[in-house]
Design a protein around this ligand. Structure first.
Ligand code: ADP
Ligand code: ASP
Ligand code: MG
Length: 417
């Protein structure tokens, strides 16, 4: 069995959904699980709904209408017969979403977020599944929330592998096509959870692990993994093969083409990952496998924007050592701040942080009571894997560098944006 993942960009419009058929035709898909994300930027639009709802703004209705109209526009083009059952299915999801908002009593942002944003994936997969059926591709639509079980850490849930594997083995047919959602799961009380933004790649990894898939292919708007994000770096080249370790490093430092959590389950069962272009599905793309040499062996560039550089020193010139450092990491963990880079000397300690959950300001207040704190917001963290002197000097040119650090394999610098 194979696992295919279609991201938001690949199904952002009518042509995108139709192109799913084109991709399937160019690959052997007799037995496959197809994981689909929300269409285009619908997750962002649903985040706006959550914002409008919790802040009781007057734009709530408009933001809901946007979601409705976006999908209805696509449906009308895909299914010229306006009485196709898919129209009603999507209407039911939209009215479920409205009922969820009406009945909700919670003000807990992360919980409400997950109960709302899941509709992006529920709707997109229903459209794709019905369209495939319409085009002669029999398939089963499954609700990923009945399969992937997690704890209740809303917006960043942790997978319960035993329960998930049991559900997937029991409910996913090994024969034929299954369509299910990326990104969404459920907690022990069956409330919806999500796996973190861009988490559909990870869902593909979870399904693949649980059914011991032959391979995972993720279909992207780029030819594969390049040695830099083409939106940021010029003259980037396709990496035709990389190892799991390399892919984990690249994804961890911020190469957003693969969600960082995707690799671990695949590596554990040595399931190959292919990153391919949905525009040219016949092209080879990038293969990620065990122990493969990086080909071509060239420097790889990564940038993570909108990070925070936090530098702490003790108020009384005492050392910042094990006890304070362990306390600090506990705080980062509790505030869900992701640490990208660490540098310390005897009396000072610097970290580059990703404030994904907007909790930094609360922590900042707390830290000021104990440390001398300098913080620089909106910095970029640049990383070069397999750096050469030329690559470093080119990247450093005309930049206001706040901090840099280099190991044998990895060069990093924090730069003012
Ligand atoms: P999806 O549609 O699956 O959500 P994403 O938009 O998350 O896909 O990922 C594809 C994007 O990742 C590309 O459009 C590209 O701009 C970006 N990207 C970042 N780093 C890389 C890289 N090293 N190689 C290729 N693409 C990259
Ligand atoms: N739809 C989700 C997001 O936009 C998950 C994903 O696309 O991978 O973050
Ligand atoms: Mg995405």
């Amino acid at each position: 069995m194979k696992v295919f993942k279609f991201g938001g960009a690949s199904v952002k419009d009518v042509k995108g959904v139709q192109n799913v058929i084109n991709v399937l035709q160019k690959t052997d898909t007799s037995n496959a699980i197809i994981i689909v994300s929300a269409m285009g930027k619908i997750t962002n639009a649903l985040e706006q709904v959550v914002h409008n709802y919790l802040n009781q703004t007057t734009e709530l209705k408009d933001s809901l209408d946007y979601i409705k109209n976006y999908h209805q526009g696509i449906l009308r083009e895909l299914f010229k017969n306006g009485r196709h059952p898919v129209f009603e299915k999507i209407e039911v999801f939209i009215s479920d979403l409205e009922t969820t908002l009406d009945r909700n009593k919670s003000t807990q942002y992360d919980y409400v977020y997950d109960q709302v944003v899941c509709y992006g994936e529920l709707i997109s997969t229903t459209i794709v599944s019905e369209y495939l059926l319409d085009q002669g591709y029999k398939n089963h639509w499954l609700d990923a929330r009945d399969l992937i079980k997690t704890d209740n850490s809303y917006r960043d849930a942790t997978v319960n592998w035993d329960k998930t594997q049991q559900n997937i083995i029991e409910k996913v047919s090994k024969i034929g096509l299954t369509v299910s959602q990326g990104f969404i799961a459920s907690d022990p009380n069956n409330f919806t959870t999500t796996l973190g933004r861009e988490g559909s790649d990870y869902s593909a990894g979870i399904f693949a692990y649980c059914i011991q898939a032959a391979s995972v292919s993720i279909w992207k708007d780029v030819p594969g993994v390049l040695n830099g994000d083409p939106r940021v770096f010029k003259n980037v080249k396709l990496l035709s093969q990389i190892s799991y370790e390399e892919a984990i490093e690249l994804a961890f430092y911020g190469a957003s083409v693969i969600h960082p959590k995707t690799l671990q389950p695949l590596q554990r069962k040595e399931i190959p990952l292919y990153v391919k272009s949905f525009i040219n599905p016949e092209n080879e793309g990038t293969s990620v496998k065990k122990g493969q040499r990086l080909i071509p062996f060239i420097p790889c560039y990564i940038v993570k924007k909108n990070q925070i550089l936090l530098s702490l020193s003790s108020l009384d010139f005492s050392f910042i050592v094990e006890d304070n450092i362990s306390e600090l990491f506990n705080l980062f963990y509790n505030y869900q701040l992701k640490v990208d880079l660490i540098q310390n000397s005897a009396i000072s300690f610097s970290v580059c942080l990703d404030d994904k959950f907007n909790t930094f300001d609360q922590l900042h207040t707390k830290l000021k009571a104990k440390f001398r704190v300098i913080c620089e917001k909106n910095v970029s963290l640049f990383t070069i894997r397999h750096a050469t002197d030329d690559a470093i000097s080119l990247l450093e040119r005309n930049k206001n560098i706040l901090l840099k650090q280099s190991t044998k394999e990895t060069y990093q610098m924090v730069v003012k944006q």
